[in-house]
Design a protein around this ligand. Structure first.
Ligand code: SF4
Length: 214
């Protein structure tokens, strides 16, 4: 059955009374707070322990995540896992999520290519991200890419200027913005792109060091 594209103003209309992660994830399955639900397979909510000390926020689910219903399980997620392992970060102990919970894509033949969510879509989805952060109260918050950072800190946040510099935010006493692993993957195929991978690896080591600090 074709999904209706008539939507409400934002995810706020779909937030449940109970705010534990299980209730949030269940409620998010029927979110129609922006048009993105219509062309996606399913809502991809965050995953990880409710008592995680660190929350990592990406942009949106990709093609594989959309099909499997789990965040960071596609190529970028595999790279992230490898680089977590190299930095000494245990993915089982952290919570990973996205600023936008539905996959936005454009057709390219039989493929579905990533399409960047608009500011309006990012803002419409922000209540889910805020609810996750309010429930988890992480000590460490990592924004992977500009979309995640701008979702939480506004469009004036410039990743190019602020990357790799920890700061205190409303969401966590230690907050850091770095590259999205998809950007690292793309850069690996470009001459000189190894620099981005090295910088990302250094940021992950900084995060690992902060997580070792009690
Ligand atoms: S992208 Fe977010 S706000 Fe839009 S329908 Fe999906 S869950 Fe709701």
């Amino acid at each position: 059955m074709k999904k209706s594209t008539a939507t409400r103003a934002s995810a706020a209309d779909f937030l449940p009374r109970r705010r534990d992660l299980h209730s949030l994830e269940k409620a998010a399955k029927s979110c129609e707070g922006c048009p993105l639900f219509a062309n996606a397979t399913q809502t991809v909510f965050g995953a990880g322990p409710a008592d995680a000390r660190a929350v990592f926020v990406g942009e949106q689910p990709g093609d594989v995540e959309d099909r499997q219903g789990e965040p960071f399980v596609g190529p970028a997620g595999r790279l992230l896992d490898q680089m977590f392992a190299a930095a000494g970060i245990d993915r089982e102990e952290i919570y990973v999520t996205n600023a936008v919970k539905h996959f936005k894509w454009k057709p390219a033949g039989k493929r579905r290519l990533h399409a960047k969510p608009s500011s309006r879509e990012i803002m419409a989805c922000r209540p889910w991200l805020e609810a996750e952060l309010e429930e988890i109260e992480p000590e460490v918050l990592v924004c992977l890419g500009a979309t995640a950072a701008q979702s939480l800190f506004g469009n004036s946040f410039k990743l190019t200027q602020c990357r790799g510099q920890p700061f205190a935010s409303d969401w966590a006493e230690w907050t850091l913005a770095t590259y999205h692993p998809s950007a690292v993957l793309r850069a690996m195929n470009v001459e000189g792109g190894d620099e981005i991978r090295r910088t990302f690896a250094a940021d992950l080591k900084l995060i690992a060091a902060r997580l070792r600090h009690d």
